[in-house]
Design a protein around this ligand. Structure first.
Ligand code: ZN
Length: 332
């Protein structure tokens, strides 16, 4: 049991500017994003100490998604918080007396409440929500943009594979809710970054770099203050991965399925698989790949509704993502 609070902390630059809300622990067993926010704040504080002229525009707020689950280090209590944001469900929860809401419904209610307080208190020109996650499988970082065009553009700045089609397949995510459509008066963009395996130290480093790259891209940090190592870390670790890929197949788990990935081979994110390859088993027997592609997010934990995904490189013939980094910009 830990003692996390809904707001991890916040840092504001001297000049008004963009508001970046870093959303962490929407799944309570994914602490990397939380630790990354703490690390980014430590670095900002250190920069102020070390450099007389350091400053930035706007504000970064770190927020915990599923607070009760995060304090118990479980993915969720009653239901997956990243699957209950369908408009009619959000409407129902918001019209319910808070004291009668259970577990994740209460988390959703409080997150919206908190978001509205943040956005109205800091009247920003633009708001970005960066939703940080990790996976049970090893290997690979990636960005899932929302359906908003601006989200796709911003995703390119993170220097990780950009994956399309997930928001058509997985419904009711926080990304679906925090959209321009639901908040027409705000310039709001959201995107999700998966930084690696749940408990890997690399996942924290990737998430730190993603936060920095994202805030740089929206005009928060000044480019001359940011080391190129963040760009290099992400681009380097993504060098062998597709630049853009689309979802072509997902295996959904039903209650009582007794799903398990095959035990004699451990899959990593982006491992190539052949059509007909044995991937997993459940109460109905063997589960074979329905198509050739790259496997993503094979499930190696008990909680979760998605067994695995298969994606396809959108430009297999094109060169992979290589770092294209200016070398004369090393300051901080
Ligand atoms: Zn997650």
């Amino acid at each position: 049991m830990t003692d996390k609070k809904r707001i991890i902390g916040e840092r504001s630059g001297a000049v008004h500017g963009p508001l970046l809300i870093v959303l962490t622990c929407v799944h309570g067993n994914e602490p990397a994003g939380y630790l990354a926010v703490e690390e980014v704040f430590r670095r900002i504080d250190a920069e102020y100490q070390l450099k007389a002229h350091f400053d930035f525009r706007g504000k970064i707020v770190g927020m915990v998604g599923n607070l009760a689950a995060a304090n118990k280090a479980v993915r969720f209590q009653k239901t997956d918080l990243n699957r209950i944001w369908r408009p009619e469900n959000v409407q129902r929860i918001r019209n319910t007396n808070k004291s009668t809401l259970e577990a994740e419904e209460l988390e959703l209610y409080e997150l919206i409440e908190q978001f509205e307080v943040l956005s109205s208190n800091y009247q920003s020109e633009k708001i970005v929500i960066l939703d940080l996650h990790t996976t049970t499988a090893q290997g690979g970082i990636f960005v899932i943009p929302s359906k908003d065009e601006k989200s796709g553009e911003l995703a390119q700045h993170i220097h990780a594979p950009v994956l399309h089609g997930f928001l058509d397949d997985i419904l009711g995510t926080a990304l679906h809710h925090f959209s321009k459509q639901n908040y027409p008066n705000l310039d709001l963009t959201s995107l999700c970054f998966e930084s690696g395996q749940h408990n890997s130290p690399d996942s924290i480093n990737h998430a730190v770099s993603a936060i920095i790259q994202c805030f740089l891209a929206i005009g928060g940090f000044y480019p001359e203050d940011i080391e190129t190592k963040h760009e290099k870390l992400l681009a380097g670790d993504a060098a062998s991965l597709p630049k853009e890929a689309r979802l072509i197949y997902s295996h959904r788990i039903q209650a009582g399925d007794d799903f398990a990935m095959r035990s004699d081979k451990i899959y990593r994110n982006f491992d190539p698989i052949e059509e007909g390859e044995l991937l997993a088993t459940d109460r109905n027997g063997n589960i074979y790949a329905k198509c050739k592609g790259l496997i993503l997010m094979p499930l190696y934990q008990k909680q979760g509704n998605d067994g695995f995904f298969i994606i396809q490189d959108m430009n297999e013939a094109a060169p992979k993502l290589y770092p294209n980094i200016p070398s004369s910009r090393l300051n901080a």
